[in-house]
Design a protein around this ligand. Sequence first.
Ligand code: KG4
Ligand code: ZN
Length: 352
Amino acid sequence: MRVLAIETSCDETAVAVLKTDGAQFVMEQNLIASQIKDHAKYGGVVPEVAARRHVEVLYPLLMAARVSREGTGIDAIAVTAGPGLVPSLRIGVEAAKTLALLWNKPLIAVNHLEGHLYSAFLEAPMLASPRPMLLTLRQPVFPVLALLVSGGHTELILMRDHGQYELLGRTRDDAAGEAFDKIAKLLGLGYPGGPVVSKRAAQGNRKAIAFPRPMLDSDDLDMSFSGLKTAVSYYLQGRLPEQQQAEVNDICASFEQAVVEVLVAKTLRTAEQVSPKTILLTGGVSANTHLRMELAHRVRQRWPQMQLFFAPIQYTTDNAAMIALAGSFRAQAQQYVDPLVLEANPRLELVV
Ligand code: KG4
Ligand code: ZN
């Protein structure tokens, strides 16, 4: 079957076409129109601007992906139904519903977080991979413990099988990616914050400033990152602008160290409790090199045999390939939704 996938949950408009017989997966198209430049001047994503851009680029993107106007060759349509920004989500959801009705094709509602989880089942493609591209899928041994870290979410999820999830821990306030973005804003480093903060951190001293490790020693599996932003902000208030500039690398390094320590410690604590067979790392923040290295090191030290799946870098941030892949598993299970009933849900839960 051939699945057309549409993703518009935040600030990337993405379209993918995946062909699969359940054993082989061929990514025929995987296109992303990023809006980062449109939002950079505001220092963050502006929902109305994002929605307008999705409207402008979705149709050209479908054309660029060579999707026929009649839907010929497409067997099912998968769309991100939530969570995300509602004005953004609606554009993709309404487009997918319309196409499903017009073409008389089954519709699959994919949870954005499920998409991120599935991206870690993909083998890293070779550079300059051809299109169409034969994907290699890593077979997870269940149960899988996933650390999902993105701009909107920071969650520890237990996956007992395909489509079976249990939420074990989450941030009580800001997501880890949000913390990176806010720190970058405080330091005048632009948007999005993650890539630039981690680049500066690599040149700084991780022990220079003792920022707090929120909830590191709490008994539960929840996390919190908003206090870190406040701590960095207080630190900056006590410094002259030239001192701040001289210390940017050390501030980034010390901040990144605090975030990574909390994420890794909470993942290990959760793993101690639930004894997973696979640990999976995914979401935009999983592109962070220090996080990857620390998690790999600590897991290897504690459980040398543990299967470790990290999302390939090119699939860490939002894309439609992951929605197509998750959607293809739902299609195999015939989990379709009624296009007349489906609605974008900004708070869609993975665990129901
Ligand atoms: O998964 P994603 O594209 O969007 C959401 O679903 O939220 O994640 C975007 C987030 C942003 O907050 C961005 O700053 C962060 O991922 N990010 C990083 C890195 N690259 C992107 N955070 C830390 N280190 C990075 N290298
Ligand atoms: Zn995402």
